[in-house]
Structures are given as structure tokens and as C-alpha cells.
Design a protein around this ligand. Structure first.
Ligand SMILES: NC(=O)CC[C@H](N)C(=O)O
Length: 348
């Protein structure tokens, strides 16, 4: 008998098995990645979302902290066809509801056909369809989480590799993955991780060689302070951005972002570099995209599937951003040279 329910927009309720009890709500998103469940579940970009794994078995190589991208689980709940006890126990210990034994292929197909959807979950001994529907009724649109940065950012500056010989990077933490910091530190950069609402004055005091806007959850227009920071600092310091970071940079420089139908969600998204013609496979997890890069940014890379901008640059202003995740984790390491390119801007 079912002891978990997933209510999907349109009031459809899917029966499931509870793997970690509780109620939750959020935008229903998916990842097609076949590995990397620890990295995805700890990626702050998934805040306020319910993550469905389309790969059918999640947890088959255990749970190891060294693979975490942050210090907690960020999706509001996890959905899989089959979840191992290791993962289920980890999610329960974090208070994050989890369900399995449902047709995840059907759910992912529905998201792809109908577009992004809200959902509500009720799992465990007290679970009911009504509770799942009640969660669904209370679920907000991603864009309505106007101060989502406060949920995922550091509260105060954290410095990594203080004695490094490389450039100094000011990383605005809009929900940064740990691998972005480690990719920079491995290249001997000193990285100041700064709160999402950092002011231009604070950045001026640190006098960094690069201002870097991180990935993060939700609608980029809600990161107003980061927008203002970029608008203020452009031209004074090289700028870099990943995922939400690309979107914030585009918005700050006169461009525009919009919500996609269901986003780019997996570790096999093909991206073409327009200068070299080369295609690389990339990791992606985003629901918004740059609709208009504005006058200052050139689109240098595009998604092969739908032509959306994957790389924006301005050589004169020293700006380089990516919509995908060059730091991988999960996913292919083919784009790690992005971090060399960012630090080269600093050294020029
Ligand atoms: N991974 C990210 O940084 C996601 C960016 C943004 N929140 C989006 O959904 O488009």
C-alpha cells in the first residue's frame, strides 16, 4: 500500500513509497545524470525545488561526504524510481522527504511536455493525498522566492588559500558549489567567498583581480544586489560568472533573462564554441536563460539543441561567463579550462 503521495500541478496525485518521511513542496525538476546524486543533492542551485532523478537507481555507490558540494541537502525533497537505504537514511537524517517506487519516466516526460510544474509531497506513516494536495496548493512559483539568496549564501566573508600565489578572486556566493571554490584554489587563487548582497564598497576594500558571480537558485532578477554590484564594477575589474552568474551579468549589463519551458537538466548537454566550432559535453541545471545578452556581451558559445546562449564574453571589458557548469561535479570535466581562462583575465 502506498505511504507517499506526489501531487503535481493539475491536481494529479501519484502514489509512491516513503523513503524519508515528511511533507514538502517546490518546483518539480529533474536531472538525467546517471551518477552524481551526492553532488546534485548538495548543490544549492536546487533550493526550493523537488529533484526527480530520471536514472532509475540512485545510491548504488553509497554516500560520501567528500563528494558533497555544500554542507546540506538543498532540494526540498527527492524522487527516484529506486533509492538505496544509504541515500534514504542520509535524506531522513537531513529531514528531507524522499519517495521511490513510482514511474519517474512518466513524471519527467510530463515536465518535458507541459513545462515546469509545482508539486507537493506527503510521505511516511501519516501521509495522505490531501496533505500532498495541500502542499501543492501552498507551493510558490520559483520567481516568487524573492530573497532566496539569503537561504543559500554565506553570512560573512570566508577566505580560502589566503597565502596563495595566484590572483585574488572575489566570489559572490549566490549559492556557490564547493567545486567552484576548489577549482580556483587548485590553480592557486586566493578566493574570498562573499555574501550574495555584497556592496561595491566591500569589493573595493578587497581589491580583487576578478569579480566572480556564482551559480544559485531561482530567478536571477531576484539577485538585485549582485546586479547592482556588476553594473557598478564593470570595466574596473574582470568579471566572471557561472550559470546564475551568467544570467546576473547579462541582466546587469542591459540584457534580459526569461524562464525556460523545462530547462537544461543533465550532464550531456552539447555546447558549441562559435569561434572554434568545437562541441563539448556539459553539465547543466537551470530553468532560466539569457533571452537577450544586451549590447555589451557577445554570445561566444551556444547550446546545440536549442541555440540558447552558453557563453558570453567581452574582450575589452574582460568579461567571461558560462551558462553550464565548467566545474562539473557531477558530469564531464571537459570545460575545466574555463577556470584557466578566468584567471588569465586577472593576470593580463
Ligand atoms: N545552476 C544555476 O545556477 C541555476 C541558475 C538559475 N537559478 C536557473 O534556474 O536558471
Amino acid at each position: 500500500m502506498a505511504d507517499a503521495y506526489v501531487a503535481i500541478e493539475g491536481e494529479r496525485v501519484v502514489e509512491a513509497r516513503s523513503r524519508a518521511p515528511g511533507t514538502a513542496r517546490g518546483e518539480l525538476v529533474f536531472t538525467t545524470a546517471y551518477t552524481g546524486y551526492e553532488e546534485s543533492l548538495t548543490d544549492p542551485s536546487y533550493e526550493e525545488q523537488v529533484l526527480t532523478f530520471s536514472y532509475p537507481l540512485i545510491g548504488n555507490y553509497g554516500v560520501r561526504e567528500e563528494r558533497f558540494e555544500s554542507d546540506r541537502v538543498h532540494p526540498r525533497a527527492a524522487v527516484a524510481r529506486e533509492m538505496t537505504d544509504d541515500v534514504a537514511e542520509w535524506l531522513e537524517s537531513e529531514g528531507v522527504p524522499a519517495v521511490d517506487h513510482l514511474d519517474t519516466r512518466d513524471i519527467v516526460t510530463e515536465i518535458r511536455d507541459e513545462g515546469a510544474m509545482k508539486c507537493g509531497i506527503s510521505a511516511g506513516p501519516d501521509a495522505s493525498e490531501e496533505a500532498a494536495l495541500e502542499q501543492l496548493a501552498q507551493c510558490e512559483h520559483m520567481s516568487d522566492h524573492t530573497d532566496i539568496g539569503a537561504q543559500v549564501s554565506v553570512d560573512e566573508r570566508e577566505t580560502h588559500n589566503e597565502a596563495g600565489d595566484g590572483p585574488t578572486v572575489a566570489l559572490v556566493d549566490c549559492g556557490a558549489k564547493g567545486s567552484i571554490v576548489s577549482s580556483l584554489v587548485e590553480r592557486d587563487a586566493t578566493v574570498h567567498v562573499l555574501p550574495y548582497d555584497t556592496t561595491p564598497e566591500t569589493v573595493d576594500e578587497l581589491d580583487p583581480d576578478v569579480l566572480f558571480i556564482s551559480n544559485g537558485p531561482g530567478d536571477p532578477v531576484n539577485f538585485e544586489q549582485a546586479n547592482e554590484l556588476v553594473a557598478e564594477k564593470v570595466g574596473d575589474v574582470p568579471l566572471a560568472g557561472i550559470c546564475l552568474g551568467q544570467q546576473v551579468v547579462a541582466n546587469a549589463l542591459g540584457g534580459d533573462t526569461e524562464k525556460m519551458e523545462f530547462g537544461h537538466r543533465g550532464v550531456n548537454q552539447p555546447v558549441r564554441d562559435l569561434r572554434s566550432g568545437q562541441v563539448v559535453m556539459t553539465t547543466q541545471n537551470h530553468g532560466y536563460t539569457v533571452a537577450d545578452p544586451g549590447e555589451k556581451l557577445d554570445v561566444t558559445q551556444v547550446n546545440v539543441n536549442d541555440d540558447t546562449p552558453e557563453g558570453l564574453e567581452n574582450d575589452d571589458l574582460d568579461i567571461i561567463t558560462r551558462q553550464y557548469h565548467p566545474e562539473a561535479n557531477p558530469g564531464p570535466n571537459d570545460s575545466l579550462d574555463f577556470f584557466d581562462d578566468v584567471l588569465a583575465l586577472a593576470e593580463e
